[in-house]
Design a protein around this ligand. Structure first.
Ligand SMILES: NC(=O)C[C@H](N)C(=O)O
Length: 318
């Protein structure tokens, strides 16, 4: 069924970041545009908002330029532990996984938790056993590790060693978490978020990304949000739900995003970003970190950017 509606919207992000080197910018730009285009293609073919966010996030998990799936950052042991979540705004059903290691696409596992279990959240071994029961292939964790993520961990350890204990680094040094929000032709909203977390994290550290209300939220009556940034700060302010609270209070999507991010910054000095689409298809991408790759498609028009004051627009072939 090809269902074309003016209000089909997909927005994706590739993580709040301190900076993205000039040689990676083009790869990041291409990856983020590919993900948004994939999500929109799914919506245009009559797919649901949940299908679209899963499809868009899968593209980014498979792309080594982003900190999710293949290319996830490494923990203190040089290992990978990934977190992901997904939510359907139609009935508030939600699925999440944390600290999963040997699978390519944590977002797909989160969706299976949502649809095939009576639970919202599976972690560690239990999540991996469930993945095996669902027929998801196990892959050696080394296959998810890249030269770039190995170097990133080495650099982080060196810098941490040189740093005074009472003088923590300022700014957002971790990047690349991915997320998507979508509005489908039936007015359903959904979000998905997926990450390797933060580099050099403790074993077992779980961030905001798999936590419903922090890493994302979707409610057909309000909107859908996916967040990125300093996970501990995002958890403390429940960033995604906080942004939607402001929508509930009658704020525009831009005002709501700004109020929520400013609160996190003023209260905790926490930096981050979010994407938000409301039930009428208004959307925003906002961040307090130095940059955040994002892309959005609405009415066949793709818009994308990385830095503040930078938006590139192009029409997608119908
Ligand atoms: N870059 C990120 O968005 C990291 C993620 N929020 C975490 O703390 O796990």
């Amino acid at each position: 069924m090809a269902s074309i509606d003016v209000s089909l919207v997909v927005v994706v992000h590739g993580g709040g970041a301190s900076n993205i080197s000039a040689n990676r910018k083009e790869l990041v730009r291409e990856g983020i545009a590919r993900a948004a285009t994939e999500g929109y293609k799914i919506l245009k073919a009559g797919g649901s908002a949940v299908d679209a966010v899963e499809g868009a996030v899968t593209v980014l998990e498979n792309d080594p330029e982003f900190n999710a799936g293949y290319g996830s950052v490494l923990n203190v042991n040089g290992d990978i532990e990934m977190d992901a979540s997904i939510m359907d705004g139609k009935d508030l059903s939600a699925g999440a996984v944390s600290a999963v290691r040997c699978i390519a696409n944590p977002v797909k596992l989160a969706r299976l938790v949502m649809e095939k279990t009576p639970h919202c959240f599976l972690t560690g071994h239990g999540a991996e056993k469930f993945a095996a029961d669902m027929g998801i292939p196990q892959i050696p964790v080394e296959k998810l590790i890249t030269e770039r993520t190995k170097k990133h961990l080495e650099k982080e350890k060196l810098e941490k060693g040189a740093q005074k204990a009472d003088c923590p680094k300022k700014g957002l040094r971790n990047s690349g978490t991915v997320g998507a929000v979508a509005l489908d032709c039936k007015g359903n909203l959904a979000y998905a978020t997926s990450t390797g977390g933060i580099v050099n994290k403790m074993v077992g550290r779980v961030g905001d990304s798999p936590c419903i209300g922090a890493g994302g939220y979707a409610d057909n009556n309000l909107g859908a949000v996916s967040t990125t940034g300093h996970g501990e700060s995002i958890l403390k302010v429940n960033l995604a739900r906080l942004a939607l609270f402001h929508v509930e209070q009658g704020k525009t999507v831009g005002e709501a995003a700004e109020l929520a991010l400013d609160y996190m910054k003023s209260k905790l000095k926490g930096l981050g970003g979010l994407i938000l689409v409301n039930k009428t298809g208004d959307w925003v991408a906002k961040w307090t970190s130095a940059s955040m790759p994002w892309a959005a498609v609405k009415n066949g028009k793709l818009q994308a950017g990385i830095d503040v004051c930078e938006t590139k627009t192009r029409d997608l072939p119908c």
